[in-house]
Write a protein that binds this ligand. Structure first.
Ligand SMILES: C[S@@+](CC[C@H](N)C(=O)[O-])C[C@H]1O[C@@H](n2cnc3c(N)ncnc32)[C@H](O)[C@@H]1O
Length: 167
């Protein structure tokens, strides 16, 4: 899969799924000229408090993500604590689905969550993706998405189309 170019990450609200040490966010921060912001999500950021109750609280807290300027959020890809259609770009490097590829149900739930929080016209770039998992992803979503490539996968959510044309 082609590496994201500067153009791919410019002026975007980006979600890094399974961000680990948040190195991607750090890299983007160094390039102020890109005017992009990264929200890093990983279950390990706050494992002790990630109970059902706290997850609900967190969901409320991050609903207004644009106002809150959040940088790092504890969470799981299969239950993303964000409202619909928030992100321009979602990336995941050796995390989703790679890290959870032994559990197809988790992968499918994560993909459904990814497309839910992706804006129309936005894209998700997931790397690394095994062939078997790529097939599960393809059959889990259809219609308003295009899927490209193997090893890595790019899911593009088509722009909404109105009577007057593309919105
Ligand atoms: C191999 S590390 C990759 C970290 C980082 N993306 C990088 O490239 O350095 C995999 C990460 O996926 C995270 N992870 C595991 N299961 C996850 C899930 N269900 N949702 C989100 N992240 C998950 C782990 O906590 C871990 O930080």
């Amino acid at each position: 899969m082609r590496k994201p170019s500067a153009e791919d990450v410019k002026e975007k609200l980006i979600l890094d799924l399974g961000s680990g040490g948040a190195g991607f966010a750090e890299g983007i921060k160094k390039h102020q000229e890109l005017s992009s912001r990264v929200v890093s999500l990983d279950p390990n950021y706050n494992l002790r408090t990630l109970t059902e109750e706290n997850r609900d609280l967190m969901q409320d807290a991050v609903k207004e993500i644009n106002e809150q300027k959040l940088e790092a959020v504890a969470g799981l890809s299969e239950s993303l604590p964000f409202k619909d259609e928030v992100f321009d770009l979602i990336i995941s490097n050796h995390a989703v689905p790679w890290h959870i590829s032994g559990d197809t149900e988790k992968v499918v739930k994560s993909i459904e969550e990814i497309v839910r929080v992706l804006k129309h016209g936005g894209e998700a770039r997931l790397h690394h993706v095994e062939e078997k998992i790529a097939q599960a992803i393809e059959s889990a979503i259809s219609g308003n998405y295009s899927i490209e490539s193997r090893k890595g996968i790019i899911i593009t959510r088509f722009p909404a189309v109105s009577a007057a044309g593309t919105l």
